[in-house]
Write a protein that binds this ligand. Structure first.
Ligand code: FE
Ligand code: FE
Length: 270
């Protein structure tokens, strides 16, 4: 029994192992240099009216066949496979929780931004708060020193532009697929996914908060519930990457095609 547990721990520790002088390192250096408070504000303004294209969730899912996440040391197959793997892990453990399954299949669809000519550092990677001191738990924290905000006398203070206990919702996070998909869901009211699951999507890459336990001084009591939801989801998102023998069958494809058609009966504006 103990040896099985040990093997499991050994296996798990191999995920999210960020070494320096790797493609991930170079990627994060770019991300950390460019994601400033002003950059995020500009992007949020640009995408405040999502108006790139009208597409169904199923269409966007099929477009993920082309994307491989350059920030992720654990995934080298297309993002559509990652979506099915995550959702299938959820379906096995929680067959009745359809919303969580939907969350699993769509959580990374914000990566469609890559099709709208966004650079990868503006789409993928862990997120962090901009406009205040950078959290020490940010991966490759040293590269944050290349971000101009690191030297800004307001942004480099503990609370920066925010106030203590303002609530996680008030914080601006580095821009990427989480925030983008959250806004698509918020701006399109023609679907059945409830706010709880939209928030999981919004914060799923916010590792310095949900796993690093930083930014506690911005939290309000209800933020802890969101954090627990994100951590629960994260298990499926992260550990599904270990399912190396996963086979995408027609049954699986059809199941999610129908599920998405049920939750998103119409096209969304992206
Ligand atoms: Fe993601
Ligand atoms: Fe993911």
């Amino acid at each position: 029994m103990l040896s099985i547990l040990f093997e499991k721990m050994k296996k798990k520790s191999k995920l999210r192992d960020y070494k320096i002088n790797t493609p991930q390192y170079e990627f994060y250096k770019e991300l950390h240099k460019n994601q400033t408070y002003n950059y995020v504000k500009t992007k949020l303004k640009q995408y405040s009216t999502n108006s790139n294209k009208k597409m169904t969730m199923n269409e966007v899912l099929s477009m993920m066949d082309k994307f491989i996440d350059p920030s992720d040391p654990d995934v080298s197959n297309e993002n559509s496979i990652h979506a099915y793997q995550t959702a299938e892990r959820i379906r096995k453990e929680q067959p009745l929780n359809l919303e969580l399954q939907v969350c699993g299949i769509i959580h990374d669809l914000g990566k469609i931004l890559l099709n709208f000519n966004e650079p990868a550092w503006s789409v993928v990677g862990d997120t962090f708060v901009v406009g205040c001191e950078f959290a020490k738990s940010i991966i490759y924290y040293d590269t944050m020193k290349e971000n101009p905000d690191y030297y800004n006398y307001i942004y480099n203070t503990k609370y920066g532009v925010y106030t203590p206990n303002c609530g996680i919702e008030k914080l601006l996070l580095s821009f990427g697929h989480d925030e983008y998909l959250y806004r698509v869901l918020q701006n399109n009211k023609n679907h059945k996914l409830s706010h709880k699951y939209q928030k999981i999507i919004r914060y799923h890459s916010f590792y310095p908060w949900h796993t690093g336990n930083d930014y506690k001084y911005f939290e309000i009591p209800s933020d802890n519930d969101i954090k627990q939801d994100v951590l629960e989801f994260n298990k499926f998102d992260l550990y599904s990457k270990e399912d190396i023998n996963f086979v995408l069958t027609n049954e699986i494809k059809l199941y999610y095609k129908n599920l998405l058609a049920n939750f998103f009966p119409q096209e969304s504006i992206w």
